[in-house]
Design a protein. Sequence first.
Length: 206
Amino acid sequence: MGNTASLLHKALEGAAAAGAEAEYIDLYPLNYKGCISCFYCKRKDKKHGTCIVKDDLSPILERVKEADAVIFGSPIYFMNLTAGMQAFLERLFFSLYIYSREIPSVLGKKIPSAFLYTMNATEEQAEQFHLRESLAAYEAAGATALGVEPYRFYDYNTLQFHDYSQYESSIFSEQDKRDYRASHQLETTQKAYELGQKLIQDAQQV
Ligand SMILES: Cc1cc2nc3c(=O)[nH]c(=O)nc-3n(C[C@H](O)[C@H](O)[C@H](O)COP(=O)(O)O)c2cc1C
């Protein structure tokens, strides 16, 4: 299992321990595209908050809107969310956000959320490349669409391969990475579990 998936499963364990029915949805096998700028979701004569594009993402968008809490997990690709996660969030957030001064979101409820990121970069490199700033626009859109400021969770210095000797990877020190994982893995896993719990507690209060 990948870095992101395994932390998400930990968070789901925490959520389940807090009483939630927790579901993991993998976007990778789905066929879908991002927002096509048709503005159907903003038409005055249509049901607001509905993305009219029909593909594998359509039922997922409905499931997310029904949820009490959600975690958006993504590896960092080119110092941002993956293209797949960006496409998903374009469809989800943009359809809930209708350009109305009076109604910031048509969701009709609040959904506590978190963005969970995993990456090769160390914390210092992430800072140097202004990662938090790169991610801010999606997080802000999430805060507006879902009505609550999201939590942010970062896992740095992940391992990409089980066996580094089989891949071109001379820009990394496998030993440094393994040392980092050995000293941080437990704490990171525990924090992911607590994130799941915290979201369910928040969901009971909104
Ligand atoms: C196409 C691609 C681009 C990547 N770009 C970055 C990057 O810009 N910064 C970074 O820290 N890691 C980058 N990575 C590494 C992944 O973010 C990292 O290995 C992550 O933990 C993988 O998560 P996963 O195991 O869930 O797939 C990239 C990986 C891929 C495949």
